[in-house]
Design a protein around this ligand. Sequence first.
Ligand code: SF4
Length: 341
Amino acid sequence: MSSVAWLSKKLDDGRIMCEACNQHCKLNDGEYGICGVRKVENGELQLLTYGIAAAVNVDPVEKKPMFHFLPDSKVLSFGTVGCNFSCKFCQNADISQYPQEHHHEIIGRSLSPQAVVELALEYKCKSIAYTYNEPAIFFEYAYDTAKLAHEAGLKNIYVTNGYETHKAIDTIAPYLDAMNIDIKGFSKEFYEDICGGALKPVLDTIEYARKKGIWIETTTLLIPGYNDSDEEIRAIATFQATLDSSMPWHISAFHPMYKMLDVPKTPAKTLRRAYEIGKKAGLKYVYVGNIDDGLRESTYCPNCNKIVIERHGNIGQYITNHLLEMDSCPFCATKIDGVWS
Ligand code: SF4
């Protein structure tokens, strides 16, 4: 199935510019974008993955990870093939890099926007996550689904590398409730050499989406020897604390994957070090992930420092929620930042 990728415009030289992400591909007839799933055919940009889901699951929302958004609820997660990045450490390379590595073949099951919403309702999910690969590249599929989801009383979450254009964010913002945005590192070199992107547009997206009123949490996968120095971790934490100290930051453990099979997994002590740096930088909510560490997966009241949501398990999936009236500390009544209902 394909559909017109309407987030695009015709240039004076006859090429079509895709406006979905900050790669800004300018394409002639027959050419594919970097993501491998948007292609110009007969003078129109097509989204080749419209209505074709490569992965669909029901997850705890904590797995996204989202810790301040409808805690202890289920989310219908889905994604397609393709990606606008080419991260050497990608944890989902079997789908994200599939078209690029298989002569632009598109795989997946037929699943219309309406069918995604029906599945979410059937499995009693409170939200839909656009995840596994980069949702920016299947914008029109995500947009149609998100709109129907809102009509059905469901919320929408993007799990993203933050490469959306402002136009894409402006267009989907009325239906987008939350985003988990990766800050994959804090150097130009890391983004260019390891990810195939650039850092600045990502930081810009975090700021822009936050101003739009979308609830934002961020994630950094710490890779030994690549982005785990004190200086780089501090730079990420300081950026975020300066922008908004109440934006939760997830620090995750890397496991050898894809083109980084020779890199060891992240030691627990690195996650603990990053956690302390995040707290020292002034972030109110810092979490470790891909490791069972209840102390550092739980939410603490930023005023009295008592635990208000207890979590443990590799993804913080075992939860005891102590929040009073859904959003306040039970000990000192301080409001805890997040989307709780
Ligand atoms: S979504 Fe794909 S085609 Fe569009 S700009 Fe990004 S990489 Fe290029």
